[in-house]
Ligand binder design. Structure first.
Ligand SMILES: [Zn+2]
Length: 146
């Protein structure tokens, strides 16, 4: 949270997920769920990723981009559906609905490409982005596009 420029939006000191959900809420979750949400709160600097309202003021909740439905878990696996970039912390059901990308395969590929970019960078640092970029350029060249 220290590097969060939007952190000052919050009036009260904010220590992350526990302040939002309480220790009982966290105890009901699996470890991966706690990690997803913690990372999402860190990314959003404690405000709703949709409307910017402090999460502590709303009914904070974790919103999946690709819906956490059995059919999408079967199709993409938990590596995608449980990935931190498949979700955002939001303040309300209304904002939750606007994070949901629906059932469009194109929208899903967009989310998955963000996950892939994130993972390449996580694995190889900034060189990972070059590695991924080189792969795309190679594919374009193979198809005669410069
Ligand atoms: Zn909101």
């Amino acid at each position: 949270m220290e590097n969060c420029s939007l952190y000052t939006v919050l009036d009260e000191p904010f220590h992350g997920l526990q302040d939002l959900l309480g220790i009982e809420g966290i105890n009901k979750m699996e470890q991966r769920q706690v990690e997803q949400r913690t990372e999402a709160v860190r990314r959003s600097c404690g405000v709703c990723s949709v409307c910017g309202k402090p999460l502590s003021e709303g009914q904070s909740q974790y919103a999946h981009k690709i819906p956490q439905k059995e059919m999408f878990i079967r199709k993409y696996g938990t590596w995608v559906i449980d990935h931190t970039l498949d979700g955002e912390m939001v303040c309300s059901l209304e904002c939750n609905a606007s994070v949901d990308v629906g059932s469009s395969y194109g929208n899903h590929l967009d989310v998955i490409s963000d996950i892939l970019i994130f993972e390449f960078q996580k694995m190889w640092g900034i060189e990972g982005l070059g590695k991924l970029s080189d792969k795309l350029i190679q594919k374009m060249r193979e198809r005669g596009i410069n």
